[in-house]
Write a protein that binds this ligand. Structure first.
Ligand code: GAL
Length: 686
């Protein structure tokens, strides 16, 4: 056992495997910052009482767990938030229909409210039995018996099977005869910060990435893209990024990475879109079709199974990374493509036909299919990130699978599963494990459902409308069949106007969101997170999985279409100001709120400054945002903005801190420090 930084212990048991998330890490631990973080809570007992054993099936670690302990984390979990008393299978799965722990980005990292977090450095499908089991003999002294027949009830019957005494966390790692794991100490927030800083710090996307994204219909051609680009500007719908879906490849499943006949002049398209202020993002996946230009070169560096007739690259070899990177750099990144959507890397083995490779697949690096399923999404992100880094451009991209130590990677997760409540829970949970999650707008039952989903998207890390199934924007027609037939809804104008208002709201919040990400980058504090992270003493916050903090001061309570126009929400202790009506309410209680479909429940923490920008249609290289600092409360308050070029890595040398200070009685003061370019202009106080 070694202390590698303040509040982080490294424990190695037996002989760990060669291929683990740490063995592929590209970002170094931010030790200097971790050492400055306090350890406000501790658990001295946990390692002393650890037990472990190695058997033929793998290694098992047992840690003590008390009955009061809550367990959070385990990556992107869509079905539940507190995992105490549950069994979690950490296995990548594109269709996590039940609450098993599987999902697009399961991570062997959890946080306990007892003052510690555990990260197990493995790609194995690890099982965490979070207080579900006890060893033989521990119940020997139990004496309770069933109720007499006349008092029989189901609940009485089942209550007797529950253990009430101290439990255990059993961590079961198959196929390995050793493992390294890490223990992080502190409060929930400090543990998450430590984990993110251990991973290399949070990512810092370019400002344009926070603008609104529109993914085009899968069968769109060059002309459609040009028409949409012109239409959005004409209709004043702020959009920064246009995404191209499978139809841009000459063969998509698996990929050729070559433009199809639908795009005869791609270079010109990229150039013209750039002039019109749009970034282009390309859909792709890793499986390489025989007609791909680098197929033969890649062949020796791929696994011994195919997916959709395509090679599965072994990104654990330098050669496979180099081949992929060289092609992507020359053909796309140097030509101005701003990012990628890395689809289908999440073990789609629940679909018919060959959607994925077997766990027994052998790769030239020595990795097997099981490890590769857990690794491929992160490896893919790393190699794309490295291309942009080498070009001194920041990207903001999408990925359908991620894993451990991914905090520095500017990629947002998404899914085809489409339950709005689960999407909201995804926002809450992803913040525990260094992940970003997009509750994308895709199919909607009707216009009001569209508004509800878009409201959540606006208050997420990625404002995306994914229209890959519909040739016309959803605000013109939500019914897929009618959309395909080109029919507009009677209410198209109303929903267009309401969606525009939401897009503009997103654009107003850009500088505020950018600050939250700079702080994520520097301190590991997640930009979007569960209430329990900010209010650890509040027992009500322990299980709130449908509200979250968006940056430092905004508390978002999204409503779904199914909720209708009223909902019971919870606000922690203190005064809160309704972001839209400005009404002040007292927290520390549940309350019933009303919100028509075009209205939202967003609250500002008392004594906060929210800098609001005059909405621009898109972010340019030299956009200067007109800022109105809005003041919420009567006390003293500050807000820190960060100015840099918003799109390259030069912020590492040139970034300014702009502090807005409000002192009651004295008014507002703005102080600028640093050598970053001026990107904010203050026009007033609201
Ligand atoms: C899905 C993906 C969708 C869309 C589609 C295109 O797997 O999740 O967003 O890109 O592929 O075929």
């Amino acid at each position: 056992m070694t202390q590698i930084a303040k509040g982080i212990q490294k424990i190695t048991l037996g002989n760990p495997e060669n291929h683990t998330p740490e063995s592929f890490r590209r970002h170094r631990m931010q030790k200097e910052i971790i050492d400055q973080l306090p350890v406000s809570k501790k658990n001295d007992d946990i390692l002393k009482r650890m037990e472990w054993q190695i058997s033929k099936r793998g290694i098992t670690i047992t840690l003590p767990m008390n009955t009061q302990e809550n367990i959070y984390g385990f990556g992107l979990q869509l079905h539940s938030m507190n995992h105490a008393g549950r069994r979690r299978y950490i296995k990548v799965n594109s269709d996590p229909a039940a609450d098993t722990g599987e999902g697009h980005a399961p991570i062997p990292f959890y946080i306990s409210t007892a003052g510690y977090g555990i990260y197990v450095d493995t790609f194995r499908y690890t099982t965490f039995l979070a207080g579900t089991n006890a060893e033989r003999g521990r119940s020997r002294a139990m004496t309770e018996e069933n109720m007499p027949h006349e008092e029989f009830s189901e609940s009485a019957l089942y209550s007797l099977k529950k253990a009430t005494e101290e439990r255990r966390m059993v961590i079961d790692i198959p196929s390995a005869d050793g493992v390294t794991f890490y223990l992080f100490e502190g409060t929930i927030m400090e543990i998450v910060q430590r984990y993110n800083l251990f991973s290399g710090g949070g990512c810092l996307p370019p400002m344009w990435g926070f603008g609104v994204w529109y993914r085009m219909y899968g069968g769109s051609c060059e002309r459609d893209v040009r028409n949409f680009a012109a239409m959005f500007r004409k209709e004043q719908m702020p959009i920064d990024v246009l995404g191209l879906e499978p139809g841009w490849h000459s063969h998509s499943y698996s990929c050729t990475y070559k433009w199809s006949h639908l795009f005869p002049n791609p270079d010109k398209l990229v150039e013209d879109m750039k002039k019109a202020g749009y970034k282009l993002n390309l859909w792709e996946h890793v499986f390489v079709y025989p007609r791909a230009p680098f197929y033969e070169e890649l062949y020796p560096y791929s696994g011994n199974y195919e997916v959709w007739n395509g090679l599965v690259p072994d990104f654990a070899t330098e050669e496979a990374c180099r081949i992929f990177q060289k092609y992507h750099t020359e053909q796309f990144v140097k030509k101005g493509i701003a990012g990628f959507k890395l689809d289908e890397c999440d073990n789609s083995d629940y679909n018919p036909s060959n959607w994925s490779f077997p766990d027994s697949t052998q790769f030239p690096s020595g990795m097997d299919g099981e490890q590769m399923h857990m690794a491929i999404g992160t490896m893919y992100q790393n190699l794309i990130f490295d291309i942009y880094k080498a070009e001194n451009k920041r990207t903001y991209s999408q990925v359908r699978s991620s894993g451990a130590l991914a905090s520095p990677l500017p990629f947002v997760l998404y899914s085809d599963l489409y339950n709005h409540k689960q999407f909201i829970r995804g926002i809450v949970n992803s913040g525990f494990s260094g992940l970003l999650w997009c509750p994308e707008v895709r199919d909607c039952r009707n216009g009001d459902d569209l508004l509800r989903r878009l409201q959540t998207v606006i208050f997420s890390s990625h404002a995306l409308i994914n229209s890959w199934r519909i040739p016309n924007p959803p605000w013109k027609q939500t019914d897929i069949e009618k959309n395909l037939a080109g029919e507009e809804m009677d209410t198209a104008q109303y929903y267009t106007d309401e969606c525009r208002k939401l897009f503009e709201l997103r654009m107003k919040l850009l500088p505020y969101l950018y600050s939250a990400f700079v702080e994520y980058h520097k301190t590991g504090k997640p930009p979007i997170r569960a209430l329990i992270m900010d209010y650890p003493q509040d027992s009500q916050a322990e299980t709130i999985d449908d509200e979250y903090m968006f940056g430092e001061s905004l508390l978002v309570c999204p409503l779904t279409y199914e909720d209708g126009t009223s909902k019971t929400i919870y606000l922690p202790e203190g005064n809160w100001h309704h972001f839209f009506t400005k009404e002040t309410v007292k927290g520390g209680r549940y309350m019933e709120i009303q919100a028509a479909y075009h209205e939202m429940a967003v609250y500002v923490k008392d004594n906060s400054i929210i800098p609001l920008a005059a909405p621009v249609q898109h972010v340019e290289k030299d956009t200067v945002f007109e800022l109105y600092p809005s003041i919420w409360g009567n006390g003293d308050m500050t807000f820190t903005l960060y100015e840099d070029d918003f799109e390259t890595f030069d912020y590492e040398q040139a970034q300014s801190k702009v502090t807005i200070r409000f002192e009651s009685g004295k008014g507002l003061k703005i102080e600028r420090n640093g050598s970053g370019p001026h990107r904010y202009h203050f026009t007033g106080l609201t």
